[in-house]
Design a protein around this ligand. Sequence first.
Ligand code: ADP
Ligand code: MG
Length: 448
Amino acid sequence: MTSVEHYFHDIWTKAKSALREDSTIDKIVYDTYFDESSLAFLNDEKAVITVPSFVQKTVLTQKKNLIKDILESLGYVVSIEVLLNDEFSPAQVIDTQPFNDNVRPEYTFDNFIVGPSNKEAHSAALACAFTPGRFYSPLFVYGNSGLGKTHLLNAIGNYIKKNHPDLKVYYTSGSDFVQAVVDSIASKTDSIDNFKKRMFSLDVLLLDDIQFIAGKEKSHEIFFHVFNELVSNKKQIVLTSDRDPSEIKGLETRLISRFSSGLTVGVDSPEFETALAILKARLSTQTMDGIGVVEDDVLSYIATNFSKDVRKLEGALNRLLFYAVQFSAGGNIDFKLAMGAFKGAASVADKNEVSPNKIKRIVADYYGLTRQQLISNSRTKNIATARHIAMYLCRKLLDLPFIKIGEEFGKRDHSTVMNACEKVEGNMKKDQHYKSMILELEKQIVQG
Ligand code: ADP
Ligand code: MG
């Protein structure tokens, strides 16, 4: 069995034992109709159960709601389809999967602040969005973490979706690409050929953090095919990386030389004026009750001291606002208050009151889990959600390197942690309720 088949088998074994124990199903009924069933497919939306005979199909179909409830209790909220073994074809499931372009709606050109540090990347990105595939394909954007690469990539996606709705756009990250390759190798419902076919059908491929593909042979090879196919058909490819292509270890030279057919541009740390403009833009979209005006010298202080990257800039502003909610009593946020906010945070870290363990404990408690569950391999939805949040808070409150956080959470890969942090950040932007939940957890951790 492949690992995916094992995974389905384990889930279905649990579901079957729940069915066996269900009071509405006699033992004889179970043995006759349910025992031979299997879980043939499962994703975020759908489970396909297969059985050998028509009668079994009829009986299980009548019990769809019960099966749905049982899978839900195991953490899988999905619709149920029952098929005969012969009726199930992997291709059919793939065809019925809705296409999800993965583009994040919150990142647009409208809310991207342009300055000397990112002007070039911004105008190249705009050119790709205006006339996909015409000017620069591939466009390669590189620069340190937190400088707006992911933002620009998604801005291109959103622009094209709006203005060229006939084009098929897809955003993915290097680590998700590798995972998709691994999954399609392991899966009996998918195949590498299907995966490639899906990629070949794109008009616009936005691939973030391509450095994760380097050194992963199979993924690298598949990416090379996809790349050649799309570029030679005048499709648009945009790639990002944390460094210049020639410095990515494990990326084949034949691929690097293909990149030179397009355009490579860098993004830098924002200059003071850009940093200030970003802060002002953030403030203007943030509606927080009980907070007065942030005075100019405070913004200048943040723009000077936290402008190495935009994520830090935003982090500092959030810290300030979080502090102000508690201590400003609705008055202006002046320099003295700001000093309290930043000094307070530093001293908390110094005294080491906040630790990964404390974060794990508080987040686990909040979700009614144990710390062990939090670092386990379980992918059950609420455990995974809690884990992502705890990882994000370790990053935000302790500024730990991704690798360290990965070690804290059951030796996970640093790209997994990065994805988790990005996911939480994304959700916070989209969902006010979720955001206040995170802020509340943060408060408990810092003060508790
Ligand atoms: P990267 O992918 O380079 O690590 P991101 O695109 O994830 O960086 O940016 C980190 C955060 O900073 C995001 O919230 C993003 O919206 C914001 N950001 C970065 N650059 C800008 C900019 N020029 N204008 C507005 N927001 C920005
Ligand atoms: Mg990024």
